[in-house]
Design a binder for this molecule. Structure first.
Ligand SMILES: [Zn+2]
Length: 295
């Protein structure tokens, strides 16, 4: 391709092609990149991001991408094989066209002993669901802004001002979300999957017991008996789960104990009401507030 002196100094005129693993990352990238990016994502939010099978079209999109944004750690267990199939050095870890969003995140639930996937665990580097703390959303947005500035230096001020606008909006929301959750500080919830540690940290509630005996391992009748006892003994008001988790276990415990069963959002578009990263929290906080209030 011929580059004129003008395009070399001014950067590329066409939008950067950004491919993100998750819809939540894609939404933040769109917010920061605006008209300077063309964003798509690989994992449809209605499916479990741990267990996506990338399609041949994902490989093609990544071959042409200017930037690959992913979560690092081991949420996207399919990422390694996908990157291998794309065969581009610059989207591998540390490459100029890749952005690993976990780099500046304080990772929770990091295992203390040796763990391998052979144990059935799918959180071997710690809990990878960190975008569900909106404060981490701000770190993600800043990382994205820095990376986009690197790729399109002539649009630096635009990315910086989009970041500032996002920061202003979400930090105002922090106050609203926290005040709605204030009466319920320290309350215990049960979750299907250990995917909520970051969100709980933010809102001041707790998930310490899960319907899955280990992340990725389906519930057993024996384990569900223990969970039922825990719910009864700890005044647990709600079992929370992702839209793609099976609901039968929660429903049967709910019938027995009266605990509410809630589907909360983890991605943009996994429930109808959620059309942006910020709306994930709007939705979840509203759902929880209603469940905790109506005793
Ligand atoms: Zn997980």
């Amino acid at each position: 391709m011929m580059l004129s002196a003008f395009t070399q100094t001014e950067g590329r005129a066409e939008p950067l092609k950004v491919v993100a693993t998750l819809s939540a990352y894609a939404d933040i990238a769109k917010t920061i990149g605006g008209a300077e990016v063309e964003v798509s994502f690989i994992a449809a939010p209605i499916f479990d991001p741990h267990f996506i099978e990338p399609r041949p079209t994902d490989i093609l999109r990544l071959k042409r991408a200017d930037l690959f944004i992913h979560g690092g750690l081991d949420l996207e267990a399919w990422r390694g094989p996908l990157v291998n199939a794309v065969a581009r050095a610059d989207i591998r870890p540390g490459g100029a066209a890749e952005l690993d969003l976990s780099k500046r995140i304080k990772v929770l639930d990091v295992p203390t002993g040796m763990l391998t996937r052979a144990d059935g665990d799918i959180h071997i580097f710690g809990n990878p669901h960190y975008w569900l703390d909106p404060r981490n959303g701000l770190i993600i947005a800043e990382d994205v802004a820095n990376k986009l500035q690197e790729l399109k230096p002539d649009k630096k001020s635009q990315f910086a001002s989009n970041y500032e606008a996002f920061k202003k909006e979400i930090t105002q929301k922090f106050v609203e979300w926290r005040s709605l959750m204030k009466p319920y500080q320290g309350a215990k919830l049960v979750a299907y999957h250990n995917g909520w540690s970051y969100f709980m940290n933010f809102i001041g509630l707790k998930t310490e017991v899960f319907l899955e005996p280990k992340p990725g391992i389906p519930p057993t009748p024996r384990h569900l008996e223990d969970v039922t006892k825990y719910i009864e003994g700890n005044h647990v008001k709600a079992i929370i789960q992702f839209s793609f988790n099976p609901t039968d276990a929660a429903r049967s415990i709910s019938k027995k104990t009266g605990v509410k069963s809630l589907v909360l959002s983890q991605g943009v578009g996994d429930v109808d009401e959620v059309g942006s990263y910020i709306e994930i929290f709007d939705y979840n906080v509203r759902q929880l507030e209603a469940a905790m209030r109506n005793d």
